[in-house]
Design a protein around this ligand. Structure first.
Ligand code: SF4
Length: 383
């Protein structure tokens, strides 16, 4: 089954750490929505290999992300789903997520969103403490964060996922625990907890370099990562991916599809798409995206994946999950020699205490997960 991602590249305010594709100018919002509708029509043959001609393609997940999709008027959100329904089959069993910021989630907005196919909200809380929110240049207040969760649940959204960020210099260990406990106490079924990373060319990178913001310390980040694991597990959340915790049956289907190599189509500027052996990505420039779509051209670059690239991608994504890398799958897709080479490479990490062999899977332990990307890169086919 396939998935669709739709990118809405607008935000009210630039968070200091953010390196996603977005703009705080919403001048192009109306024409961007028209372009998205057009791209949905133009790219409807993307999954053709899996669908007999003429039949709507069943979707497992739809994810509207950004940027800040909750900025869009609900009427535009409905138009996007109407455009999708001309080519794809989805219903209440499909996981349909929309990213939202607390400052957008008024009671009226939530009530209107309930009338759309959206059945899962991903709310960008990041912290319940004002100094953290200010450090990250988030727009909302702690009161709005708490209020939005209560209002979302009162509106009938029981499938919620909330993003938190740790490692912020303003976040003490005690406050980090408070943030987690706040969500646990509310019974939020899924939590994504991200380490604050300082990416180049972000305002945060600039501010730290100029000495105008406190630096992010690796030691604090690692400590707060370690702190949350037993806390979450003791409350029934499975740590099923480096940054993801879910109550039983509440794991993100959309993310699982990414990590298990299912095909997905990305719509909108900067959105990526994938199907076996092939990936493509739209231009990360909203003006150029709108121009190309207006001229009937998909603003995409693409590449056929080599066996080595596919293997590396599988290794990178699978090692981030609690299921790890399936050696039988490696052998079936890339051959016995590749499996043996991988087992040889893995022996070092197993001996180093970061990885375990569980039946025919290589799995990172909680300490190893902290270095998942580096360990995967160390075992790449292409190095
Ligand atoms: S709201 Fe999200 S996408 Fe927008 S600037 Fe903040 S982190 Fe980036």
């Amino acid at each position: 089954m396939a998935g669709i991602y739709i990118h809405i590249p607008f935000c009210r305010q630039a968070c200091s750490y953010c390196n996603f594709h977005f703009s705080v100018s919403r001048r192009q919002q109306g024409v961007l929505v028209e372009s998205l509708l057009k791209e949905i029509r133009m790219s409807c043959d993307f999954f053709d290999q899996q669908s007999p001609a003429g039949e709507a393609i069943p979707l497992n997940t739809i994810y509207v992300g950004g940027g800040t999709p909750s900025l869009l008027p609900v009427s535009d959100i409905i138009r996007i789903f109407e455009a999708l329904s001309a080519h794809y089959a989805f219903d209440h069993n499909t996981e349909i997520s929309l990213e939202a910021n607390p400052d957008d989630l008024s009671r009226e907005k939530l009530k209107a969103l309930r009338q759309t196919p959206v059945n899962r909200l991903s709310i960008g809380v990041q912290s319940f403490h004002l100094p953290d929110l200010r450090y990250m240049n988030r727009l909302h207040t702690p009161q709005q964060a708490v209020g939005s969760l209560h209002e979302a649940m009162a509106a009938g959204f029981d499938n919620l996922t909330v993003d938190l960020i740790y490692g912020t210099p303003t976040l003490s260990d005690a406050l980090w625990e408070e943030n987690l406990m706040q969500l646990i106490g509310l019974g939020i079924p899924h939590i994504s907890a991200y380490a604050l990373t300082v990416e180049e060319k972000t305002p945060l990178h600039y501010l730290i370099r100029k000495g105008r913001a406190a630096p992010v310390e690796d030691e604090q980040t690692a400590r707060q990562y370690r702190m949350m694991l037993p806390l979450m597990e003791s409350r029934g959340y499975a740590h099923y991916e480096v940054s993801s915790f879910g109550l039983p049956g509440r794991f993100s289907r959309h993310n699982l599809a990414y990590w298990t190599g299912r095909p997905y189509l990305g719509i909108g500027p900067s959105a990526h798409s994938y199907k076996p052996g092939f990936r493509c990505w739209n231009i990360a420039n909203t003006t150029a995206y709108i121009r190309d779509i207006g001229q009937g051209v998909l603003p995409r670059q693409s590449e056929m994946l080599t066996a080595a690239q596919s293997f590396d991608e599988y290794l990178m994504t699978s090692l981030r999950t609690m299921w790890g890398c399936d050696l039988d799958r490696v052998e079936a897709l890339w051959g016995k020699t590749r499996r043996e080479a991988l087992e040889k490479e893995a022996a070092r990490h197993i001996a180093g205490g970061l990885m375990e062999r569980r039946a025919d899977h290589l799995v990172l332990n909680s300490q190893g997960m902290l270095f998942a990307d580096g360990i995967a890169a160390d075992m790449f086919w292409v190095s």
